[in-house]
Design a protein around this ligand. Structure first.
Ligand code: AMP
Length: 282
């Protein structure tokens, strides 16, 4: 039976007991409104650990003032059922006061891998992410934590934090789960208008096109960025927020495509901003 726990102290007591009993803990942090992407992370965690902990917390710190904190989709009853069916052992579901009872007395600031992609426009977003993940890691006490490559910059930033602070946690990146038409699964997809939903697969199509170009010998990042941008402009009503190519996971600029690279896109639709990427080894 899955246990739902809202209290940090209660969660920590459970985890300490589990560790004393020699059990390994796999952790899947989420903001809820679960879909198959989240459930894939649970599947991976179940394979490699004795216990699986999922958290559901829409973290206000990682939303900017003009972002979608209020309209972010939420449905706890549905999530609880999906998590239980997926085999989650502990569902940590704290409220805001539990996580942030008072102003923090210290702060974490991301210094690298943050002045590109989503970090460039979403000022403070990754500071909010590392702050909540640091807290969650001290609550769930995982051996391994599972993060989707859908948010590849998040993976890179968290890997940086874990290395910086010698956290005894293995970060496991999990490939992107997609709809049949290629659209990356996202809780935010429900906020797409009907015509936007039918245009949205163009984002992944443009990434696949870029991959083919690379396979055919293209090595100029700027040329690919132009091709992708035009494909999205021509096939969607969304506004291209960025199309960028970097080394991965360092997220450093490239003059020529070489090594492991990420091609990443963000497109702003009316009520949802979508991101997608592919990672390719050239
Ligand atoms: P979120 O609830 O959107 O914060 O996502 C929680 C975790 O699920 C993050 O590690 C995401 O990267 C991951 N995730 C979200 N969507 C997908 C997807 N389509 N495929 C794989 N992982 C995903």
């Amino acid at each position: 039976m899955m246990k739902v726990i809202g209290s940090i102290v209660a969660m920590q007591q459970e985890m300490i007991q589990a560790k004393r009993a020699g059990k390994s803990i796999g952790f899947v942090p989420t903001m809820g409104y679960l879909h198959e992407g989240h459930l894939r992370l649970v599947e991976e965690a179940k394979k490699e650990n004795d216990l699986v902990v999922m958290s559901i917390f829409v973290n206000p710190l990682q939303f900017g003032p003009n972002e979608d904190f209020n309209t972010y989709p939420r449905d706890f009853n549905r999530d609880e059922q999906l998590a239980a069916e997926a085999g989650v052992d502990y569902l940590f579901y704290p409220n805001q006061d539990e996580m942030y009872p008072a102003e923090l007395t210290t702060s974490l600031t991301v210094k690298k891998r943050v002045d590109v992609l989503c970090g460039r426009k979403r000022i403070g977003h990754f500071d909010g992410v590392v702050t909540v993940v640091m807290k969650l890691f001290h609550i769930a006490m995982p051996d391994r934590a599972y993060f989707g490559l859908k948010d590849a910059q998040q993976v890179a930033v968290i890997q940086g934090m874990v290395a910086d602070y010698n956290m005894p946690i293995t970060i496991v990146p999990v490939p992107i789960v997609r709809e049949q038409d290629g659209l990356a699964k996202s809780s935010r997809n429900v906020n797409l208008l009907e015509h936007e939903r039918s245009e949205a697969p163009a984002i992944y199509k443009s990434l696949l096109h870029a991959k083919t170009k690379i396979e055919q010998g293209e090595r100029n990042p700027q040329a690919l960025i132009e091709t992708i941008t035009n494909m999205i402009k021509d096939n969607t009503s969304g506004i291209v927020d960025y199309v960028e190519i970097y080394s991965f996971p360092e997220l450093e600029q490239l003059t020529e495509l070489k090594g492991t690279i990420i091609i990443a896109i963000a497109v702003q639709f009316q009520k949802a901003r979508l991101i997608d990427n592919i990672i390719v080894t050239v």
